[in-house]
Design a protein around this ligand. Sequence first.
Ligand code: ADP
Ligand code: ADP
Ligand code: MG
Length: 451
Amino acid sequence: MFNKILVSNRGEIACRIIQACRELKIETVAIYSEADADALHISLADEAVCVGPAANKDSYLNVANIISAAVVTGAEAIHPGYGNLSENPDFAEACEACKITFIGPPTEVITQMGDKARARRIMREAGVPVVPGSANGIRDLSGAREVADQLGYPVMIKAARGGGGRGIRVIHNAEQMVQALEQARTEAHNAFGDGELYLEKYLEEPRHIEVQILADNHGNIVYLGERECSIQYRHQKLLEESPSSVVSGSLRRRLGETAVKAAEAVGYCNAGTVEFLLDERRRFYFIEMNTRIQVEHPVTEMLTGVDIVREQIRIATGEPLSCEQGQIWFNGHALECRIMAADGDRDFAPSPGRITRWQTPVGPGVRVDSGVSAGSVVSSHYDPMIAKVICWDQTRAGAIARMEGALQSLKVEGIRTTIPYHLRILGNAYFRRGEIDTHFLERRMGLDEGG
Ligand code: ADP
Ligand code: ADP
Ligand code: MG
């Protein structure tokens, strides 16, 4: 086992990883930016190193400074969390070059899955159903129109290197294609440093269903069931749950076995998530694989009792998985609300500032993963998600009621949060019946269609 791990992230996920290290008796090194000198994650770690100025690109994305911090403090491994450098193959490679273990899959796998057009090809060849779309990247307008004509409009243009719900747009007809293609390419180039695009058939009312997997380097792979993440704001998840209201035992097994097949096809190791869209007829299609811990992993932890972050660290040391497929059970129901410093009534406009009051809920089946406390300053430099509330109960209705209670007890002052908005979702009659798809906020909550 490692003696010391550097946690290359901030906020709630850094705190979460530090907690896992504590349990494993591993010392931790936090990193921080100049804007984060008083952040919660620093106070939890054994050591902390400043890696640069406030801007993300100068600190939490600063590969040279982060690797130096690991070398100087004698950390044997780096946990990247999610976002930031977690899916950056150059960072994983830099770790390797400095004999530091990157807690994640092999560099080659990150590279392959980080190109979503390439990932689609690999999965199709492996017999995993993918959303109908272009076989390769789109070269030019005529190529794009040809594919779109075959698929039938509407279609979706996606950036091959896209992520975080960005670089995605819907095209309704051939005329729109001209402008959209040009804009999408420029945007993709600016946002992801690569203008490559691909096309997919636009599914009208899909659910986002993803499968958590764990793989060790002894050839064992297990699936930890599905998460339903259809409640999205502009392609970004806002509330997740497991199990999905529409996934039966047999569909769960098929989804799980398909996710395992996907992982096998790329020689996967460590924790990963295979994302699918499920259509009205319960057919599912691969959209991408996330080669990292995910924001919503606690939902699965509550349901299965498996500590996914602990497994990640164990796997990275070369240990076999602590459980076999037959030992994994799915018990009850869990929900997660992503609490953001944002105004749900004003198009989720960020609401940075100082938190003057932070009072968290208590009780059985309630978990709060947060990166802030009273006095914390929420900076506009970073992602506005400040905490996650996860609730478990034996039934879905019970878990919803528990979440309502927990959110009412979560008292935050000084900034605006999405708590009132989350409470409205939980109270929505369609939501309560499990009648949701990725357009839930627009169709059932009156959110503007734009964007
Ligand atoms: P998850 O699939 O774990 O729910 P998200 O898509 O919500 O992940 O992304 C997790 C975090 O990483 C978010 O803060 C998101 O903004 C950020 N993120 C993910 N991918 C990218 C990317 N390619 N570029 C920029 N930010 C990203
Ligand atoms: P990202 O890499 O940004 O996470 P994804 O490819 O995972 O992008 O897609 C994000 C979301 O966009 C999905 O959860 C879904 O809501 C929507 N989406 C993606 N592909 C399609 C599609 N072909 N048809 C309809 N909606 C889609
Ligand atoms: Mg995705």
